[in-house]
Design a protein around this ligand. Structure first.
Ligand SMILES: [Zn+2]
Length: 143
């Protein structure tokens, strides 16, 4: 199954739910490279996973985790078109690689049943963006 359109959705409803997988996901920085199209999963919309698609631009230090991250460009990001994210936040859209598909499937298994009775766009509230353009998962924000 191909992902639905990830962008141009109405304003999401925030429904806090734990992220069962991302904080412990094991993926290397080198798994991604400049030019890749990726999505950061943020919630659920109409029975599908929902997130924001972005393009990988260049390596960049992810200060919230003090680890290597990636600078991303969000074409629909407005005032925050560029953010820096940790590799474990990212899922390939441009490649159908096993590592990312396994994560995507596991996130589907964990989340879709939980929100099966909801049709609106639901943001699970996992991510915030700092004033310096660092995307931070809640699990990484408790430093
Ligand atoms: Zn991948």
């Amino acid at each position: 199954m191909l992902p639905p359109s990830w962008d141009h959705q109405p304003t999401p409803v925030t429904a806090l739910a734990p992220d069962p997988l991302t904080p412990t996901r094991d993926i290397t920085h080198a798994h991604f490279q400049a030019g890749d199209t990726v999505v950061v999963l943020k919630g659920v919309a109409g029975g599908e996973l929902w997130g924001e698609s972005m393009r990988v631009v260049a390596p960049s230090w992810h200060t919230p985790t003090d680890e290597d991250g990636w600078r991303l460009r969000d074409a629909t990001g407005g005032s925050q078109s560029y953010v820096t994210a940790h590799p474990r936040y990212l899922v390939h859209l441009s490649l159908r690689c096993p590592d990312c598909l396994i994560y995507l499937r596991a996130m589907e298994d964990a989340l879709l049943a939980r929100f099966a009775d909801r049709n609106e766009l639901i943001d699970c509230g996992w991510y915030t963006t700092t004033a310096l353009g660092q995307l931070v998962h809640t699990a990484d924000a408790r430093a």
